[in-house]
Design a protein around this ligand. Structure first.
Ligand SMILES: [Zn+2]
Ligand SMILES: [Zn+2]
Length: 353
């Protein structure tokens, strides 16, 4: 497709320009997708403020997206113009040691759409046809733009491998609510979500948490989790905040023999304190996950489209593309808001969800 499109170009640190750029030209192995929605993620804030991918600027960020197929490369099979889709954002080489072992997220050539290459805060994006996922009719395109974060949480839940009737404590009430919903789908009980913001904790409850711990009421969440679990600590703990302090708390509120999921992203220089002897004597285990890949995406679509996980309580607003910078700042200033979706459609107004 020839011509230009509107795009939000992250020009330099804290500077986004909405401008006309060429529509991406696809090769035989790619498809062009007309973007409907892109959810704003914490990573976009990190790119905007220069904490992440500063060496890639200028480029178009945006990676949690949905849309319809606009053009198809000759090698693409099983898709047609107009299909509702999203796409796995994780590009890997396919032939290194890690890719050959199905560990594509660890590929040395690993590149994510909208993080290491042009993404979806634009009218169109091109992706490899093999990374495209169809969205069933039962699922709207807002939820479809939430498949990426859901796939990350599902990847983490699989690594944690929660068993039916196990207790779980989740630190963080942003994506923490989604970890709660995933734990519920796996039969965990009770599901305990810990956070600071009352509105976010209400959302966690709506999405399946049995017990919430407000840090205003309980400044020591480790003591509170132990109180709720007969003094032992939770069978499973998810760290979904991303500070050294909350990682230390997460390990402390885990019962001996339990498993911790490392999920929250800390600063690169942050260091947590662990007494190795305690790890040895308590047989605590740690799993970790950095994204969702491959079947995590199909599993996310299945769980969302069958309403096993309903993320709608986390959806806050839709805003037009030219208000992206405003939306990024709004999310920092108003912690009641969780997910704002950006739409590049002409004439789109701000909508509260
Ligand atoms: Zn994201
Ligand atoms: Zn590879």
């Amino acid at each position: 497709m020839k011509g230009t499109m509107r795009a939000a170009v992250f020009e330099e640190i804290r500077k986004i320009s909405i401008k006309d750029v060429p529509i991406p030209v696809i090769n035989d192995d790619e498809v062009l997708i007309k973007i409907k929605y892109t959810g704003i993620c914490g990573t976009d804030w990190s790119i905007y403020t220069g904490k992440y991918s500063a060496d890639k600027l200028p480029f178009i960020a945006g990676h949690e997206f949905s849309g319809t197929i606009a053009e198809i490369g000759t090698n693409a099979i099983g898709m047609k113009v107009g299909d509702n889709v999203t796409a796995d954002i994780n590009n890997s080489c396919g032939h290194c040691f890690y890719c050959k072992h199905g560990l594509n997220l660890l590929c040395p050539e690993f590149k994510q759409l909208g993080i290491h290459m042009d993404g979806t805060f634009a009218e169109f994006v091109k992706v490899s046809w093999k990374l495209v996922h169809h969205i069933p009719d039962s699922m709207d395109l807002l939820k479809a733009a939430f498949v990426e974060p859901a796939s990350c949480v599902i990847h983490s839940a699989k690594a944690l491998d929660i068993t039916v009737g196990s207790s779980i404590a989740i630190l963080g009430s942003g994506l923490g609510s989604l970890h709660g919903a995933a734990a519920k789908a796996r039969g965990a009980a009770p599901i305990i979500v810990i956070g600071r913001n009352k509105r976010r904790l209400d959302i966690a409850k709506k999405m399946g948490a049995d017990i919430i711990i407000s840090l205003e009421d309980y400044p020591d969440p480790v003591a509170r989790v132990k109180e709720l679990t007969e003094g032992r600590g939770a069978d499973y703990v998810v760290e979904s905040v991303g500070t050294a302090k909350t990682y230390e708390q997460a390990l402390a509120m885990l019962r001996p023999g339990g498993t911790l999921a490392a999920f929250g992203i800390t600063g690169e220089e942050d260091i947590m304190q662990i007494k190795p002897v305690e790890l040895v004597l308590t047989e605590k285990k740690i799993t970790s996950s950095c994204a969702g890949f491959g079947e995590d995406w199909t599993d996310a679509i299945t769980l969302l489209s069958n309403n096993r996980i309903n993320p709608e309580p986390m959806f806050s607003k839709i805003m037009p593309l030219d208000k992206l910078e405003e939306a990024l700042i709004l999310l920092q200033e108003n912690r009641d808001l969780i997910k704002i979706f950006i739409s590049p459609e002409e004439g789109m107004e701000v909508q509260d969800l």
